[in-house]
Design a binder for this molecule. Sequence first.
Ligand SMILES: C[S@@+](CC[C@H](N)C(=O)[O-])C[C@H]1O[C@@H](n2cnc3c(N)ncnc32)[C@H](O)[C@@H]1O
Length: 313
Amino acid sequence: MEFEHKPIMLEECIEFLKIRQDGVYLDGTLGGGGHSSEIAKRLGPKGVLIGIDQDKNAIEAAKNKLLSINSQANIIIKHTNFENIREVLEELKIDSVNGVLLDLGVSSHQLDEGERGFSYQHDAPLDMRMNQDSDFDAQTLVNTWSKDEITRIIREYGEEKWAARIAEFIVRSREVQKISTTGQLVEIIKSAIPAAARREGPHPAKRTFQALRIAVNRELEVLEKLLDTVTDLLSSGGRLVIISFHSLEDRIVKKAFQKQSQGCVCPKDFPKCVCGFEPKLRIITRKPITPSERELEENPRARSAKLRVAEKL
Ligand SMILES: C[S@@+](CC[C@H](N)C(=O)[O-])C[C@H]1O[C@@H](n2cnc3c(N)ncnc32)[C@H](O)[C@@H]1O
């Protein structure tokens, strides 16, 4: 299958990264290499591009594409989770980078690969792992987690008001038969949500599928871990460019940028600073950037995208 994924807010990302020919850039979510291709085009022989993805299919698709775009620059591709950014750079003996890009979530390609189990529109094994080597998938989650844990993730990560009923129906049906396909799960979700509520809004399984995917891939946890680590790995003036796709991710990025851009957090009435916090980042986008009308017409999947940028001081 051709790797189909239209890079989101491509021009904006490239502009914000302020790419230098001899700079070192890290794309933590390589996907189809859409953004990375534009980075690669701008690098000279001393430039370095490190592309990371936890999905082997993405790695395979992006590798040849990037090497054919620029055979002079140093292009390094790693199959790992971006939470391991420090280890990746240590292994490459690189102390700091001039820019990091993250375009979070799943790629269109992963959604279109029906057998991966990300989509409620394809009947397939209930998988949802971005990393095919991981030993935890959506099937394990729905068949082994407690009703309360399932309720919590559907409510928190899916912002689904029927979370408790969906979890109850999941637990009831797995007592009769193991839940092993996306099709089974869609039917369970439909039976849990009252007909009147199902008639409005998006597909009834959309929120639950999003929640399970976030939990299976520990998406919020790894993002927090990356944000705790990445600033120290940026060189002065280096930029962090992050596209998120739902409010929970965006909130994590916004909070981390705010925390790292403020200095002292001592109460105002303290005569002198005792916390010793120094600002590390300067926020470049006070408000998140969203895709233009034109981009949304061409690519409806960009609808919920938000771009935030910060610069290392
Ligand atoms: C939205 S796509 C990126 C598309 C890419 N920017 C492009 O233009 O082609 C997200 C990609 O990031 C990968 N990904 C998501 N979270 C990851 C993580 N924590 N570590 C490594 N890769 C991750 C997914 O496997 C997927 O291929």
